[in-house]
Ligand binder design. Sequence first.
Ligand SMILES: Cc1cc2nc3c(=O)[nH]c(=O)nc-3n(C[C@H](O)[C@H](O)[C@H](O)COP(=O)(O)OP(=O)(O)OC[C@H]3O[C@@H](n4cnc5c(N)ncnc54)[C@H](O)[C@@H]3O)c2cc1C
Length: 433
Amino acid sequence: MTARKHYPDKSLALIRKEQHVSIPCGIPYTFGIIGSPMKNLIPVDEMLANNRMDSLVDEVLEIDRAGHTVSTLSGEKYQYGKLIIATGSNPVIPPLPGRERKNIFAIKKDIPYIQEIIDKLVEAKDLCIVGCGFIGVEIAEECRRRRPDMNISIVEMLRHCLQLVYDKEFSLTAEKVLREQNINLLLDERVEAFLGEGAVEKVVLNSGAEVKADMVIMGLGAEANSGLARAAGLEIGPTKGVQVNRYMQTSDSDIFACGDCAEKVSFFDGQPSSLKLASISTMEARMAGANLFSLRRVNDGVIGVFSTILGGNVFAAAGLTLSQAEALGYSVIVGEAESINRHPGTMPGGANLKVRLLFEAGRYVLIGGQVTGATSGGELINVISACINQRMTADDVVTFQTGTHPALTASPVAYQLVNAAENAIGASRATGV
Ligand SMILES: Cc1cc2nc3c(=O)[nH]c(=O)nc-3n(C[C@H](O)[C@H](O)[C@H](O)COP(=O)(O)OP(=O)(O)OC[C@H]3O[C@@H](n4cnc5c(N)ncnc54)[C@H](O)[C@@H]3O)c2cc1C
């Protein structure tokens, strides 16, 4: 779509494997509130046709860089001037003993497979989810919505749920919300093996405990699908993504890569990052598409913006957590503020919204933020990401003009984002950091 906007005279085609394309971020909700994978589709053909692009359902098997062609499963060969590889990612499935047992699933972006998971979900008694990151917690809540009677546990090797994204206090709040829904959290535990006669019956943990399970869903992240690029001799990066430069060009300047299949670096230190998010993929796609015939956009690296909703509360984060920042050697000052997101508080629809901001001490540059509570937090985190992206200081955050309205936001004097920044400055003065 971006390439079409920037290069209206070029002919453009998109080749994809599947007829129907899922919205990946919607998959957990097909288990519950959406109800079916066929109600969770991207209208690809319509979007492409409206933008004068060819849409081909086929699988690319080979890229011939010298001949500038791609060959497909159906035996076709297509000529390209410029090529974009956006082959995405596959779920991580660790080589655990017993993983081939029946009824052990990972989250593949594949509609018949998702339907298979749902078919099992409606009859299973004991569900064990492996991984308490975003995918794991969203699946747990949606499975609980569909099956109020089912036993659901989540096994997580880290100490806290969502620990890679939140500071401890926010993780503890998320754990409370999950426990209130009768979801059993087995934290600081690692899965060692799956047992059962043919189908899974038990999950064995490193503590020796065994979890009864006639269904397992793994939510352990994703790995770049870079085999096609590798086979074409393109350089592969340290996290196994297709290596790209800051313009999203691969080691062949006529081939670009973007999205989950592409190698990434952190916005904060330029080091390889394995973050894989739709927000990053679409940002990179807008760069690759614009840069095809003229280098117009530059990728400064990934910030990492996450959001979800658990028990009606938003949990959202952008940038570094406190432990990540400290591990990178930052001296950090933290400011927090919370208040109801209406004024006066008697205004209908009000909910509490808490904001936590992390600044680098001394320079007061914003490096991270977390938001929990009201659903408006799902948009506020994008404002925080923009502030991080612009390397705004605490004073910049306090003094930029934020619009407020009684029925929509906190009052201008209680505005959480501004007050969290002001409180960080106050905390810094008080402690002398
Ligand atoms: C359950 C789940 C929930 C998520 N929730 C969120 C969220 O809330 N927010 C967020 O930011 N991110 C979320 N993500 C991550 C997000 O979905 C991914 O970052 C995003 O889908 C990556 O987009 P992509 O286009 O790079 O890759 P993909 O979505 O993986 O798409 C790649 C496409 O290429 C096709 N393909 C691969 N090889 C070939 C070939 N040889 N020939 C033709 N076609 C090929 C594939 O079939 C696929 O259609 C979630 C992921 C999952 C799995």
